[in-house]
Design a protein around this ligand. Structure first.
Ligand SMILES: [Zn+2]
Length: 279
């Protein structure tokens, strides 16, 4: 995809497969771009390779500080943690490994939590997509990373990645309550504050629909594998080994949310875990 450069307030936005920002001497997330050599810091939203993949190259080229949220730093420094985490810490066959987890490792110089933000730039904690996922507000422009999936993304991905659906909901509320003029999602079109309200509602509705579907499917007890099959079948998700494991995590993200809100119960029988909706 070709990159397009636009200016919002005093922020330069480089829009492409992954949207990136440049504000004063701060780069927000990374993409294949020519950056000013006086770059001071690279602010990473989260530990997925489509967001941090060029950090180590830029770190060498510019000597900028790589800044990332503490809870995601280990995914950037040792991407294999993410790969193994997805497969219950065993090593998955390479075909089962998503490219989003396979990035060039990069040393994190400073945690976002310890970085001295000054002036019109501040972090906004938005967990749910990953544990430490963080957005960055720069001069009225919110770089929201993958906390908000715009409608167009939902059209392509029926089950966008989330490790904790309850946290994802809270983060969407945090975006709604934040003050900004423009929102730049990690993927997709820039939106105004007013437009973001509609997109947040849409995201929340989709999460609620997936929860309802799971509750309907669990009116009878199903094993984990049976539930995964039934959800992917209903959503008509295309078979793809790497994508399958991302979907497994997201379905478990919904399941743990439904268990924590007492909507789903579980048991083990005959070496299988069964899930069932509470009456
Ligand atoms: Zn991501």
């Amino acid at each position: 995809m070709k990159q397009k450069v636009i200016e919002l307030n005093d922020v330069t936005c480089i829009l492409g497969k992954t949207n990136v920002g440049l504000y004063e001497n701060h780069l927000i997330d990374t993409a294949v771009i020519d950056t000013p050599l006086d770059l001071g810091a690279i602010l990473i939203t989260h530990g997925h390779a489509d967001h941090f993949g060029w950090a180590s190259t830029l770190q060498r080229r510019t000597r900028a500080l790589v800044v990332a949220p503490k809870e995601d730093a280990f995914l950037i420094e040792i991407p294999e943690v993410n790969v193994r985490g997805m497969f219950s810490w065993a090593r998955p066959p390479i075909e089962m490994t998503t490219r989003f987890f396979l990035g060039e490792a990069c040393t994190v110089d400073r945690y976002t939590e310890d970085y001295p933000f000054e002036g019109k730039i501040a972090p906004l904690l938005l967990p749910g997509h990953t544990m430490g996922h963080t957005g960055y507000l720069c001069d009225g422009v919110l770089f929201a990373g993958d906390a908000l999936y715009p409608k167009a993304v939902w059209e392509r991905h029926k089950l966008p990645y989330s490790i904790d659906v309850e946290l994802t909901r809270r983060s969407l509320d945090a975006i709604e309550n934040a003050t900004f003029d423009w929102l730049v999602p990690g993927h997709g079109q820039v939106m105004s504050k007013d437009e973001s309200a509609g997109q947040i509602t849409f995201h929340l509705e989709r999460l609620a629909e997936i929860d309802s579907m799971i509750l309907r499917l669990l009116t009878r007890a199903r094993s984990t594998e049976e539930l995964i099959y039934a959800v992917l079948k209903e959503l008509n998700v295309q078979d793809n080994l790497a994508q399958y494991w991302l979907s497994v995590t997201t379905i478990k993200g919904h399941l743990s949310g439904l268990v924590s809100t007492y909507k789903v119960a579980y048991d083990i029988t005959d070496h299988r875990v069964y899930w069932k909706a509470n009456e």
